[in-house]
Structure formats: structure tokens, C-alpha cells
Design a protein around this ligand. Structure first.
Ligand code: FES
Length: 123
């Protein structure tokens, strides 16, 4: 008997070069294919989450780290980089994208990314 076919829907894209990742304890704002991504470096461990805060779409990649959470620079909501769930306030969430390093490239699986176009604030 043959089981259901397993289809890999992952969509790995190059985020940046290994030499371009944020320093330990820092975050950076990236965009790939219209998807805004906040890349964080927690003690050498890279994490990628949706760049746009669900509160008022503040840029998380311009925020800062507190432990394993990124803090939104606009009104200080905090999102766990492993689960995407907010630590303050509760019941909010951002998408988390798996990250891996392939040679000199940092890759992320953006299949679960919100499909809407990123919004930027005027200069
Ligand atoms: S926009 Fe992020 S906390 Fe308000």
C-alpha cells in the first residue's frame, strides 16, 4: 500500500551573505522578493521573522534584542524569535522563517511569508 505523497513546499531564498549578517546581539532589516524580513543574531544563532509588526507595521528589523525576543522600535511590543509569539502584549504573532547557512549564503524558507507587499513609511 502506498501512503500519501509528501510534497515539500519549502521556498528557500538567499537572504544575504554570511559576512553580511548582523553582529551578535543585533537585528537587521532585509527584503527578498517583496517580503520584509527581520534577521536577528542571538549569541551567534540566526533567526528570521516577518519584519512588519502586527500592531502598526513598525519595522522589527530596526528594533533591538532583549534575550531571545525582538522589540519593535515604535511601541515596544516584543516577539519571541523562536515562536513568533508576542511576549508583550500576548496573543499577537509574527511569522517565523526557518534559516540555514549554505556555504557563504544565508537562506530562509519564506513559503509561509505573508503574501502582501511590504509597506514602508515615507522618509
Ligand atoms: S508598531 Fe510595533 S509596537 Fe506599535
Amino acid at each position: 500500500m502506498v501512503g500519501p505523497e509528501v510534497v515539500d513546499l519549502a521556498q528557500w531564498v538567499r537572504l544575504c551573505g554570511i559576512g553580511e549578517v548582523p553582529a551578535v546581539g543585533q537585528v537587521a532589516e532585509l527584503e527578498v522578493g517583496g517580503v520584509g524580513i527581520c534577521l536577528a543574531n542571538v549569541e551567534g544563532e540566526l533567526s528570521a521573522v516577518d519584519n512588519w509588526c502586527p500592531h502598526r507595521r513598525g519595522p522589527l528589523g530596526q528594533g533591538w534584542l532583549e534575550g531571545n525576543a525582538v522589540v519593535c522600535p515604535w511601541h515596544s511590543w516584543m516577539f519571541n524569535l523562536t515562536t513568533g509569539e508576542s511576549e508583550y502584549p500576548v496573543h499577537e504573532k509574527v511569522a517565523v522563517f526557518p534559516v540555514r547557512v549554505e556555504g557563504e549564503d544565508v537562506m530562509a524558507d519564506v513559503e509561509s511569508a505573508p503574501k502582501e507587499k511590504a509597506v514602508t513609511t515615507p522618509e
